[in-house]
Design a protein around this ligand. Structure first.
Ligand code: ZN
Ligand code: ZN
Ligand code: ZN
Length: 329
């Protein structure tokens, strides 16, 4: 497998003929339970009275490898490089049956702390430009493991969606000297029609122009470009974020079992990019957030229509329904 860059959209794609795709792996016992015999190498763990509360492990079939040279080179008008980077599984909870929506706020807080620590650690490698944290849950979202897990990839490029956000944030800041995310949040809190819930310093809202029905963002009220800086330092903030994340996922689960979740945080500023220029102003014009994209099988049309997103439930309607959803507490 290698990375190739689309010269028009400038997005990197991983491509090649993967033998693992044609021969499905046999279903084995869970690799991520504490007593597993075929677990992969543990990279970091947060201790608890009974052993560990959250831990990070090498992905059993990693997309990116730490060893080797990026071997970045041209191919006529094209660009390619080998898949150097890191790919980890973050085990959210030692218990196989405790997903983020029924874990305690303390447990979710530990997972968030581990995520922040891993992102900080991976960003110490100056080759790494971006660290992505994501979770695919449910039969229609490409869930990989049944154990409660998220995944982390560290890459030598910034993913396309984040790059769009960085460029747009910088342009907005150049024009107005304000952060576009702070401005969005201020207007949403004023209008209140798309705010699902606020919890301490965090707000869950439906975006004005959702890409899919029930799309939800979680944004901190205080301006901060990087999740890993807030995530670590203030336990109180972590508890609020944990509670809001849990309650938001409970709400979304009243609509669908499947969703994608992704954390958007600042790129690695240890790796200044001369061509992109974003790293000089990043602390002013970027603002970390979490995006949750529910997957509705019945509304699958919205995914077949990629050039223009088609989302047949407005955020105002979706937010009203999610706000009133019966959740556990
Ligand atoms: Zn398990
Ligand atoms: Zn901001
Ligand atoms: Zn984003």
């Amino acid at each position: 497998m290698e990375l190739r860059k689309d010269p028009i959209t400038r997005s990197w794609v991983m491509t090649g003929d993967d033998p693992a795709e044609s021969s499905p792996r046999p279903e084995s016992a869970c690799r991520f339970c504490p007593d597993s015999r075929d677990g992969t190498q543990v990279i970091a763990a947060l201790p608890s009275a009974s052993g560990w509360s959250a831990r990070s492990m090498v992905h059993p079939t990693p997309l990116y490898h730490i060893e080797g040279e990026p071997d970045r080179r041209g191919d006529g008008i094209y660009d390619r490089m080998s898949s150097v980077g890191a790919h980890e599984v973050l085990v959210e909870n030692p218990r196989h049956d405790r997903q983020l929506w029924d874990a305690s706020d303390d447990e979710i807080g530990q997972f968030l702390r581990l995520a922040a620590e891993r992102i900080l650690d991976l960003k110490r490698d100056p080759r790494i430009k971006y660290v992505s944290l994501y979770k695919d849950y449910g039969p229609n979202a490409g869930q990989e493991f049944s154990h409660p897990t998220s995944q982390l990839t560290a890459t030598l490029f910034v993913p396309r969606r984040v790059l769009y956000e960085l460029r747009a944030g910088r342009e907005y800041f150049q024009a107005k000297e304000r952060c576009v995310f702070c401005d969005i949040l201020a207007q949403e809190e004023r209008q209140a029609s798309r705010v699902i819930e606020a919890r301490g310093d965090y707000v869950a809202l439906g975006p004005y122009a959702p890409r899919v029905p029930y799309e939800t963002w979680i944004i901190p009220r205080n301006h901060e470009a990087s999740f890993e800086r807030t995530g670590l330092s203030k336990p109180g903030l972590r508890t609020n974020l944990a509670a809001l994340l849990r309650r938001t996922l409970q709400r979304i689960r009243t609509v669908t079992e499947s969703y994608h979740l992704v954390l958007h945080t600042s790129p690695n500023s240890l790796h200044p990019s001369k061509t992109l220029g974003y790293w000089k102003t990043i602390d002013d014009d970027y603002h970390w957030h979490i995006e949750i994209m529910p997957v509705l099988a019945a509304k699958a049309r919205s995914y077949t229509f990629k050039e223009v997103y088609y989302s047949p439930v407005s955020s105002e309607t979706a937010v009203k329904q999610l706000r009133e959803a019966k959740i556990d507490g």
